[in-house]
Design a protein around this ligand. Sequence first.
Ligand code: NAP
Length: 338
Amino acid sequence: MEIRENVILAPYTTFRIGGPARYFCEVTSIEDLKRALQFSKENNLHFFILGLGSNILVSDKGFGGLVIKMGIKGLEFKEGNEGSIMSAGAGENWDEVIAASVERGHSGIENLSLIPGTAGAAVYQNIGAYGVELKDVLESAKVLDIGSGEIKTYSNKDCKFGYRNSVFKTNKKQDLIILKINLRLLKNNEPNLNYPDLAKMFEGKKPSALEVRNAVIEIRKNKLPYPAEVGNAGSFFKNPTIKTSNFQFLISKHPDLKGFDQGDGTVKLSAAELIEKCGWKGKTRGNVGVSGKHALVLVNYGKGTEEEILDLAKEIKNVVRDQFGMELEPEVEVVGGA
Ligand code: NAP
């Protein structure tokens, strides 16, 4: 494992934005990871675990510590009668994990197809799409506890999942690193077709996991700008959730707003809809803008900077607050800076 100096991070992110990492390495084993952590400790450096860079906005100033690119691979299946436990190294490409699962006839993660990122990041972020979240299928995760040096097993409950959140993300001490994830997959599971795009496509049918996967891929390709087309980090903001009473008040003023009852006295709103209704879909600001395909995706047209994206995000937050009184929170994590 080589530790390099002054590595520009932009090419390692799907936004294609970001200055240099003071130190950078790629780890493909637990031993490599331990050596990298030792280096950061000896040199009193912060470290940052990088996956495929698909949910981060790296500072133009770069990152003054050690970036550790997670490259631990490996796919395994423990087959049972009704399904299997599928294990994936934290550095596996998430979409390739799904491809391998449906190839074996398993279901559970097909709705999460084509979300860019690694298997480890899928747990860290509790990714979700089309009514499925990672937390619905996670059996456990193998984790390095840096404090004790021990490798531990975190159960689903230990992961303390929330909306696009987990204990790994909220852990301010940064002493837990996901090494491997174990997913509980089923055979012949009832497909989750609750979302309108999927429901329309499969009306009256019971598609296989592979058919659902292919449909999700087709829908996403049509609806979302892909990083190969234009720099972006997927949904920039989270969908806001508000009390049902506040939602009643909101729709008294904006009767056509969509709201999804969460069954716990709260209603989820679509951040994309709020931004679109403010007229910001497709707007450009210098080298960056709001995608014309999807209002939740901020894009870098090539020469965009972190500062331009943050300024644009601020403008959007302001207009949404002015028009709907709603506070948008970023889903994308900002990395590095002064
Ligand atoms: P869509 O199907 O047009 O739906 C628009 C919004 O309505 C979404 O915010 C979605 O919430 C919500 N929604 C729709 N049907 C729902 C239902 N039956 N129950 C609860 N909520 C419902 O959404 P889209 O923009 O094309 O995205 C499709 C899926 O991909 C969504 O789940 C979205 O979150 C996901 N996605 C993820 C990323 C990413 O980068 N992580 C980027 C784009 C889209 P939710 O967003 O909470 O599902």
